[in-house]
Structure formats: C-alpha cells, structure tokens
Design a protein around this ligand. Structure first.
Ligand code: SF4
Length: 390
C-alpha cells in the first residue's frame, strides 16, 4: 500500500486537558463496529456505564448538553482514564488525523478543525511538501473505482498545489486559477471527454495563461455594491447548515452585524482598511497570503481527489473557495470587533471554527456542495470575480 502525508503530519500532539476547545464537545462521535463489539463485552461497572451511554441505534456516544457522555469536568476522556487507550474507538484514537482511501493509496492529513492542528497547518511558513512511502499491506480492491479519472484528478491536484504555492503570483489569482481548472475539468467530465483533461492540466499555469487570466479578471471587475451584496448572500450559507457548536449561531450573527450591519459603504470602507492594514494590500501581504495559501492547499489536498467517488469536481473546489472567503470575512469582522487588530491565534481560531462547522458534518459538506451547485452567486465565474476584486 502506498501512503501520502503532508510533511508536518507527525508534528501533531494533542494538548488534552490544556485544550481550550475540546474536540469531543459539539458533534456526535460515531463508533466503529469493532469498538462497539468491545464495548458490548466489557465487564464491570465501567462496562455498564459504557453500554448505557451509547446510542445503539445510531452507533454513537450519547451527549449531555452537547458534550460526549465520557468527557469529564477536567475535559479528559473517562474511557481513556478508566479503561485505557486501547478502548478508544477509531474516531477518538485517530482525530485529528484524517484518512482518505483510494485504490492502492491511503492519504493522511491533519484536520483544520482541531485548534492545535490548525496552528501547524496555517503556521507552516514554507510551501507544504507531501511525503510518499509504501508498506507491505496488500492493496484493497475497490469496486467500480474509476482509475482513469483518479489519475487525472491526481495530476490536476499536483498542478493546482504547484500553482497555489507559486508565491510570485497574487494569491487571489492563484485561487481563481485553480477554481477555473476545476470548472474546466468538470466540463470535460460532463461531456464525457476525460482525455481532454491532459491538455488542460499540461497548459495550466504557464506564463501566457497567467497573463491572459490576469487581463481577463481586470476586464470584468465586480462593483463595490455587487461585491458586498454577493458576499452577504454567501455569508448566509451559515444559516442553512446544521449547528455543531452551541455558541456558533451567536458568533455568526455578531460577525454578520459587524460586517454588513451599517450598510454597503461602511462595509467597503472596513474591508479596504483591513486589507491595507493586515491583508492583501498591506505590508503583511506575505503573511496573510501564506495563511490563505495553506488553507487552500489543505482543502485541495484533502478533498479534491474525492471527486473520483461522486464526479463532483467543481463542488470540492467551490467548498474550498467558499471556506476561504468566509474565513476572510470572519477575520474582517473580528478585526473590526477587536479595534483593528487580528493576530495569528485569532486567525487560527476563526479558521478552525469554520472548518469544524463545515467539515465535521457530512450533512453540512453535502449541503454546501448542493447549495453551490444550484445557486448563481456560487458559480465559478461569479466566485472568480469576487476573488479578483481587491
Ligand atoms: S481539539 Fe485537538 S488538541 Fe484539543 S483535545 Fe481535541 S485533538 Fe486534542
């Protein structure tokens, strides 16, 4: 079996009781079959507590006030403490390590929703490298696995990550260009022209294309008012999602008011001041663009090739772009709220919250993809106009 991981994968260490954001609070933890079997057979009083605290129909731990039934007052796990690490279910043992399985390949990543992992992902100053290795484990055969499409997705992803890390190109142009390639690949797939993808990938990101893309972006600028009203509509996607953390709706409401509550011209003034102070047009451009780059590379590496299972290439990229845009909006809101101040920890906090709400519910991930597919302002042409307006 072949494996691939980002170079920082093994740097993660859980800070357990020190963590200000315990991961077992907020979402239902699904238990794998093997662990359910172990829990069924565990003897003694703790075995009884375990069996009484599982939702056997769902195969998940019960929650009290949105906290896992085994998360104690010190924010430590009672299963770990009372029964030992070997009794943790796969989800708890692995988190925030995330696995994606393909035929002959297993990819690992750290999840941005864990605040300590987010510090590693977003704090990485150099372009991320991906490490491959093999072991003796037999490759698993996947029924109906479209190996041809998979190889094209892998080739495209490699090129996308290469471009996202091309730091002499403006970060928003880099993001727009990978969105554009994803759209063209989707069009080729829908037209049953998978072989056309080779040419798209081959030419992607060459100098002529870069210049052409930049010119094109400048010729269809989005106006100030349209930008504000579109971003506000995009922002409202949060209201259509399942809530994972109890304080999230209030957090979003406050941010929405800080951003759009005083009308379009105040929004635009704040946005410009933010970018001139710490964002895209500031002396801190290198830092800000690096955070956005690491976020995009994270999403593209983790999810893009998953399109081999559902043919939704563009949906994966729209979700990535929308997550980055929303993180940027929430950053502006936080910067306003904190009297024009936002540091790395503040940005990490926002990014991990967004990731937690969007990524840690299959329902939400599917919902975002569906909303993106049918709503005009999420279409790639419109997102490109949003991305390329400073
Ligand atoms: S969120 Fe991350 S650091 Fe915090 S307890 Fe969970 S795994 Fe550990």
């Amino acid at each position: 079996m072949e494996y691939r991981i980002p170079h920082y994968f093994n740097d993660f260490q859980c800070v357990a009781a020190e963590c200000k954001d315990t991961c077992c609070a907020g979402w239902a933890i699904m238990i794998d079959e093997k662990s359910l079997e172990k829990y069924k057979n565990l003897e003694g009083p703790f075995g009884n507590r375990l069996r009484n605290s599982i939702n056997w129909e769902e195969g998940s731990f019960q929650q009290y006030e949105r906290r896992c039934a085994f998360l104690n007052e010190q924010n430590l796990c009672d299963i770990h403490m009372e029964a030992g690490e070997h009794m943790l279910c796969d989800t708890c043992r692995d988190y925030p390590r995330h696995k994606e399985e393909y035929e002959g390949l297993r990819e690992g990543s750290l999840s941005l929703s864990c605040i300590e992992a987010a510090k590693i992902i977003l704090g990485c100053k150099e372009p991320v490298q991906f490490i491959s290795f093999e072991d003796e484990e037999e490759d698993e055969e996947f029924e109906d696995f479209d190996y041809l499409l998979f190889t094209k997705l892998m080739d495209a992803r490699e090129k996308m990550i290469w471009l996202l890390q091309k730091r002499d190109v403006d970060i928003m142009i880099r993001i727009s260009m990978v969105l554009d390639l994803a759209q063209k690949m989707q069009d080729a797939l829908d037209a049953d022209e998978v072989f056309q993808m080779d040419e798209l990938i081959e030419n992607f990101g060459n100098m002529d294309q870069l210049i052409e893309f930049q010119k094109d972006a400048e010729s269809h600028p989005i106006g100030e008012n349209e930008y504000c009203s579109t971003m506000r509509k995009i922002f409202r996607i949060f209201n259509k999602l399942e809530v994972l953390k109890a304080d999230w709706p209030e957090y979003v409401k406050k941010a929405e008011f800080a951003l759009y509550g005083e009308g379009q011209s105040v929004y635009e003034e704040n946005r410009q001041r933010f970018h001139k102070s710490i964002g895209l047009k500031s002396n801190c451009y290198e830092i800000w663009s690096c955070w956005l780059e690491q976020m995009m590379v994270y999403f593209v590496f983790t999810y893009f090739c998953g399109a081999v299972y559902d043919d939704n290439i563009i949906g994966k990229m729209q979700t990535a772009v929308v997550s980055v845009l929303l993180t940027q909006e929430l950053s502006i809101a936080k910067w306003i709220e904190q009297k024009e101040h936002l540091d790395f920890d503040g940005f990490v906090d926002i990014a991990h919250r967004v990731s937690r709400e969007i990524e840690h519910s299959d329902l939400n991930l599917n919902r975002v993809e569906k909303i993106c597919a049918k709503t005009p302002f999420f279409q790639s042409e419109q997102l490109k106009r949003i991305l390329t307006r400073f």
